[in-house]
Ligand binder design. Structure first.
Ligand SMILES: [Zn+2]
Length: 333
């Protein structure tokens, strides 16, 4: 399996949160790892976005020094490896690690060290980082993140993610960002289309080859055809989509229709602890609720390999590894 959409925020091990809470004398609702694991899982239908993101914040306060970032990143790589993932692109927001004075550059260096350690202490997973520019950042912080992407591009960082306010895509407020991304040839993906189609249109017009959580594509036939023609890869995280209320249930999730229409869709686990499902469980749910076959799931992972922010040679290698891992399914076809 390949996961192009998993955030470090919301994916930390409960034991790590507890250890750092004790060290920093921060109070937690429980100090029992199993109970904290349950507490971190967002309810099936959150009342509002805050309910979901407040749980992510509970993991983020840990990430305020280099040691914690390094350890958390290493553990996430190992967790993904133990779930049978061959390649992952982990999203990391360095601007959320600066509450105690850490600089974004130091946060990124620590995350890259954790990534290296994680890969060295895993079976065969390969991981790159995607740095995130998020809604609550100011322009200066966003620019700083962009500089970090540029500095480490193809050296552990493979691209950028924009997690911005979808309602503002109609304005020109983010235009400077898109211009810089284009000028610097930075591969990027955008959280777009969770609430409207304008954000998707703007992202694609500005060269996004991947978009995330784009539930609303089916609202606009012309846009749908454009996405198919441009071979844009669409990353979806059904558990989060349901919990955040952008989709009513697994059985009504648009992933089936998008796949059937020929959109290059793939799945991601999003936030392991808060979304509450591994990538395997996400794919199992597709089989259970939407009748996906193992061959169709293999195809979705091939879509992910096509959309990975890697060189063509690396993508070919990944397709080969994927083929080897899915030989039983291929032979059956
Ligand atoms: Zn996301």
């Amino acid at each position: 399996m390949i996961d192009l959409h998993v955030h470090l925020s919301g994916s930390l091990r409960p034991t790590t949160i507890i250890n750092y809470a004790r060290e920093k004398r921060i109070s937690l609702p429980t100090y029992d790892a199993a109970l904290l694991g349950e507490y971190l899982k967002a309810p099936e239908h959150c009342q509002n976005l805050n309910e979901f993101y407040d749980l992510c914040d509970m993991t983020d306060w840990v990430l305020q020094d280099r040691r914690a970032i390094r350890q958390s990143m290493m553990e996430l790589v190992q967790d993904l490896d133990s779930q049978g993932i061959l390649y992952a692109e982990v999203r990391f927001s360095p601007s959320e690690c600066t509450l105690d004075g850490l600089r974004q550059g130091d946060a990124v260096t620590a995350a890259l060290e954790g990534l290296e350690w994680g890969m060295k202490n895993s079976r065969n997973i390969r991981v790159n980082l995607i740095l995130c520019i998020i809604q609550k950042m100011n322009e200066h912080e966003a620019f700083e993140t962009l500089v970090e992407v540029k500095k480490h591009l193809r050296k552990g960082v493979c691209g950028l993610d924009l997690l911005l306010d979808e309602s503002l895509y109609e304005t020109d407020i983010y235009d400077w960002l898109f211009s810089l991304i284009k000028e610097e040839y930075i591969p990027f993906t955008v959280h777009a289309g969770q609430y409207n189609t304008q954000s998707i249109k703007k992202a694609i017009r500005n060269g996004a080859q991947r978009i995330s959580q784009s539930i609303h594509i089916l609202d606009d036939e012309e846009l749908l055809e454009d996405i198919i023609r441009r071979k844009v890869v669409v990353e979806l995280c059904p558990s989060s989509n349901v919990k955040l209320g952008v989709v009513e249930s697994y059985s009504t999730h648009p992933v089936r229709q998008l796949f059937d229409r020929g959109v290059r869709v793939c799945l991601g686990a999003d936030r392991l602890r808060v979304s509450g499902a591994t990538l395997q469980e996400e794919y199992d749910n597709l089989q259970k609720y939407l009748g996906f076959t193992p061959a169709e799931i293999y195809k979705m992972n091939q879509n992910a390999a096509k959309g990975a922010f890697l060189s063509q040679m690396e993508k070919d290698r990944l397709q080969f590894d994927l083929f080897e891992a899915n030989k039983a399914i291929v032979d059956k076809e």
